[in-house]
Design a protein around this ligand. Sequence first.
Ligand code: CTP
Length: 215
Amino acid sequence: MFERILIASGPTLEAIDPVRFLSNRSSGLTGFHLAGVARERGLGPITFVTGPTAFRPQGVELVPVESAQEMGAAMRARFAEAAVTIMAAAVSDYRSLKYYPEKLKKSGERIVLELVKNPDILLDLGRRKGPGQLLVGFAAETEDIFANAQRKLEAKRLDLLVLNEVTADNPAFGDVENQVYLVRPDGVRRLERMGKAGVAAAVWDEIASLAGRSG
Ligand code: CTP
């Protein structure tokens, strides 16, 4: 039983003007199942910070957000209380430098939209992590997947990284199944391709093993 579980899920949505935005294909299904499994197993109270998605789990404290900046603020405000934090959200890496308060009118054949980087929420949480807190991240890689995963694990001070190898057969985003690797500082475990509920169950098994070892 954990004192509190904090999960970030879904895409973020970065507004450009009152009717347009930048986002990505995250369905929020993995985060939804992570909350569902934690609830079924009675692992502790869950705070669920989610970008816009249809998948909203029951029996959680639901914190709907839109942009990466809002998600970052919501996660930082709740992080210190969380024994386990999982960043399963697909945070938009960039947002429009400018928000246009009036709907943009069409103009020339080409226009340029300037983008600015969003803060890395997980990196920031890693820096704030205290003793006894477990931090889990996700990564999507297409090349040098294990070297990149190890780098991220160290840079973001993660206890566990759920690594998606993104290929034509395993798109990860928007699919109901996924094949992932569970990467820990002390080794890598390959999971078979399975439904995302199965992936969520395996992630929680791994977290339980990490928690047992540290506590
Ligand atoms: N993440 C985050 N804040 C961001 C971007 C990503 O918290 N601004 C989190 C995601 O929730 C996920 C992990 O970081 O848990 C993904 O890390 P990232 O390095 O962005 O992975 P990739 O999407 O694989 O990106 P890249 O290889 O392009 O760096």
